[in-house]
Design a protein around this ligand. Structure first.
Ligand SMILES: [Zn+2]
Length: 372
């Protein structure tokens, strides 16, 4: 399904662009951050809260939902929109990333990937066709092609084979699509080898995919290598369709990703860090550890600049108490704060691009970031 991507403004200094696309569950302004709801829920955060945060599209995961609760159950419960009472967009990851994260349990062949699942060791045979079948049952607005992902430091030959297979699998995914209300994105692979990235992007860009993702980054390579690979790759992708950088990253990475022409991001970082007390503050420029004793009796908000529900209602000292006591509410409130930081950062970026001052926004932001 064509998402009717429209570019509304471009940055004169960088490759940043602001635009929008349309899904059956609403319009999505870009650049956008997509909260991650692997198992059909953004951990601890309800759909009504996600709407209040301004989230327009969230992620679900093919591999995880296929294993639990199982695809027949997802289908019976109305797909992910129905079961999760989520009215806006959903993008489903294809299961390709689990090829890397659950590497001990997999076997890759031309046919597909065979996993021993991480719950009971049962076999899951994930072929491109089966991945599409699962994503069709989930009913996502945007499906991802099954891709073959290898670690950044794998030998060139391994990346070369993986990207060629990714292209063949992407074409099988295209052929396996049965619904016309679901978009399908292809994934560029090639490690941090620029020639391989070009080969992958050009091979995929020839085909009628509805968007393109840059995969296989933020998997162990340096930040410099990631930015360089991204900078090089995006110009090979069609201008009239959205570009998605998978699994990235820190607030700084989002700003730098946008500067390199990316429209869509997802990352578990805001929610996963929140549950451990890692909170982004100052618009995402800095991160604090709420477990730090200096917050113990802090009557003021966690982040004086923040307008989220959590910072508007609770003191940092109380939030720290909830966290130390491992209360459910801590996970909820802190996830809401971090998601607000991410979503609000993207709104700020978008406004800056439209106003023609993204270059300045980026310089100010990066200058204010805490040193790594
Ligand atoms: Zn806040």
């Amino acid at each position: 399904m064509d998402l009717n991507y429209r570019c509304e403004a471009t940055c004169p200094e960088t490759k940043a662009r602001a635009g929008r696309f349309v899904t059956p569950h609403g319009e999505v302004p870009t650049p956008i951050f997509m909260p991650v709801g692997t198992l059909g829920t953004v951990k601890g955060v309800g759909p009504f809260e996600l709407e209040a945060l301004g989230a327009r599209i969230i992620l679900g995961n093919t591999y995880h939902l296929a294993i639990r609760p199982g695809i027949e159950t997802v289908r019976a419960l109305g797909g992910m929109h129905g079961m999760a009472a989520w009215r806006r967009g959903i993008l489903t990851d294809s299961g390709g990333f689990q090829m890397l994260s659950l590497a001990d349990l997999r076997k890759v062949s031309e046919e597909g990937v065979r996993f021993r699942n991480h719950l009971d060791g049962g076999l899951l045979n994930l072929t491109p066709e089966h991945s599409i079948e699962i994503q069709t049952a989930i009913g996502s607005d945007i499906m991802m092609c099954l891709d073959h992902l290898e670690p950044a430091d794998a030998p060139r030959k391994v990346h070369e084979d993986a990207l060629a297979r990714t292209t063949r699998w992407a074409l099988r995914c295209l052929a396996a699509r049965t619904r016309d209300d679901q978009a399908l994105f292809a994934i560029v692979q090639g490690g941090i080898d620029l020639e391989l990235r070009q080969r992958s992007a050009e091979a995929l860009a020839d085909h009628p995919f509805d968007g393109f993702a840059v995969g296989g980054l933020s998997v162990g390579e340096s930040q410099t290598a990631m930015y360089e690979t991204l900078e090089f790759t995006t110009p090979f992708l069609p201008l009239d369709r959205p570009r998605y950088l998978m699994g990235v990253g820190t607030p700084e990475d989002l700003v730098e990703g946008v500067a390199r022409g990316v429209d869509m991001f997802d990352c578990v970082m805001p929610t996963r860090n929140a549950r451990k007390g890692g909170l982004f503050v100052d618009g995402g420029r800095r991160k604090v550890n709420l477990k730090n004793a200096r917050f113990k009796m802090e009557r003021g908000p966690l982040d004086p600049e923040c307008t989220c529900f959590t910072c508007s209602h609770f003191s940092a000292g109380y939030l720290r108490h909830l966290l130390m006591a491992n209360e459910f509410l801590a996970h909820r409130l802190l996830s809401i704060h971090n998601l607000h930081i991410y979503l609000d950062l993207m709104r700020g970026i978008r406004r800056a691009i439209i106003a023609g001052r993204f270059g300045e926004f980026r310089r100010d932001f990066i200058a204010g970031c805490q040193p790594r």
